[in-house]
Design a protein around this ligand. Structure first.
Ligand code: AMP
Ligand code: ZN
Length: 118
């Protein structure tokens, strides 16, 4: 996707602070952190959001979601918050407040997260 900021970050055309990467995902530090640890997990392949990913075949869907879960665990270990825990958030669409139309998951932690909606 030519005009997608996260695709450009994944390609290395826009600088970012890389935290983790593998075959399926790239993880970078969020530029506006809401917690001491705030990392964005970006699937390498462009999907606008989780609903668009859900339309792909089960094999690819499973591979990407598995990669996100495994990356989250590794990032928590790298960031030293594996024992204390973390929250993984996906904003899908307008009412959820999604602002970047490239599927991503926010991994936040490093403090007690008080703003629990559910
Ligand atoms: P969302 O509101 O769920 O779409 O989240 C988009 C997130 O991307 C926000 O938390 C932004 O701070 C973050 N963001 C936007 N541009 C960049 C960038 N160039 N590098 C790192 N994070 C970014
Ligand atoms: Zn993209």
């Amino acid at each position: 996707m030519e005009d997608c900021i996260f695709c450009k970050i994944i390609k290395g055309d826009i600088p970012s602070e890389l935290v983790y990467s593998d075959e399926f995902v790239v993880a970078i530090r969020d530029i506006h952190p809401v917690a001491p640890v705030h990392v964005l997990i970006l699937p390498r392949k462009h999907f606008a959001n989780l609903s668009e990913l859900a339309e792909t075949d089960s094999g690819e869907l499973g591979s990407i979601l598995a990669a996100v879960a495994r990356a989250a665990k590794k990032i928590a270990e790298l960031e030293g918050i594996a024992d204390k825990g973390y929250r993984l958030i996906n904003n899908c669409g307008q009412d959820a407040g999604q602002t970047v139309m490239h599927l991503h998951f926010h991994l936040i932690g490093g403090k007690t997260l008080g703003e629990k909606l559910i």
